[in-house]
Design a protein around this ligand. Structure first.
Ligand SMILES: CC(C)(COP(=O)(O)OP(=O)(O)OC[C@H]1O[C@@H](n2cnc3c(N)ncnc32)[C@H](O)[C@@H]1OP(=O)(O)O)[C@@H](O)C(=O)NCCC(=O)NCCS
Length: 182
């Protein structure tokens, strides 16, 4: 049997730091998963001027091809009294449409959650936030809208899709505006 070379081998996704992926392939995959108008989404305003958090951002390769990515970003919740509480914005999480529903999204999320639980993402790793479908992020990973009902974003969003996942014992301001951490 010949061994595989480089990243990936057929049907067995391999997870690596996002830096292992070709930047052009990442953009192509995100366009395929979310559409080429994705940059107009409110979540992109939260990422403006920031760099993804390397220790919380990963890629999946399958058969040598990029199959999925997860990126996380440094944001802050601006609350009363000048409070700026660091949070980690999760996403985009994207899987190549031809490879969806095969467990790649879950593996990427679980890899990121394990890294965050170990504090690898630095400040805010104990409070993860995302804009996404609760039917997916709630069901598999425990994200809820419980803590976010009083939060605002710098653009339109569906409140039911603004989700958070907090480490045990963490409490966040009930009201505030999410912003790039700066
Ligand atoms: C959402 C996404 C990251 C999930 O990754 P994936 O590898 O395709 O899916 P997984 O294998 O991890 O999970 C599959 C399960 O999640 C469910 N699921 C996947 N996406 C879902 C969604 N948006 N809402 C509800 N359930 C969803 C599937 O029905 C499946 O459930 P089952 O195990 O009961 O059959 C991926 O499908 C994707 O990139 N989609 C395009 C972008 C998108 O629509 N994102 C929406 C959330 S922001």
């Amino acid at each position: 049997m010949g061994g595989s070379r480089g990243i990936g081998r057929a049907s067995v996704p391999e997870i690596h730091p996002l830096a292992a992926a070709d930047p052009n392939a990442i953009e192509t995959l995100l366009d395929a998963a979310f559409g080429t108008d994705r940059r107009g989404r409110t979540a992109y305003r939260l990422r403006a001027g920031e760099r993804a958090i390397g220790p919380l951002s990963f890629c999946a390769h399958e058969g040598g091809a990029l199959a999925g990515t997860i990126q996380c970003w440094p944001v802050a919740l601006e609350a009363a009294g000048g409070v700026r509480r660091p949070l980690v914005l999760v996403g985009p999480v994207a899987v190549d449409p031809a490879r969806q529903y095969g467990g790649i999204g879950r593996r990427l999320m679980e890899t990121m959650l394990a890294a965050a639980a170990g504090g690898a993402g630095g400040p805010g790793s104990d409070a993860l936030v995302l804009v996404g479908d609760p039917e997916y992020y709630g069901r598999f990973f425990g994200f809820t809208a419980d803590a976010t009902a009083g939060w605002a974003l710098p653009g339109p969003f569906e409140p039911r899709r603004l989700l958070a996942r907090l480490a045990p014992g963490v409490r966040l301001p009930a009201e505030g505006m999410l912003a790039p951490r700066g």
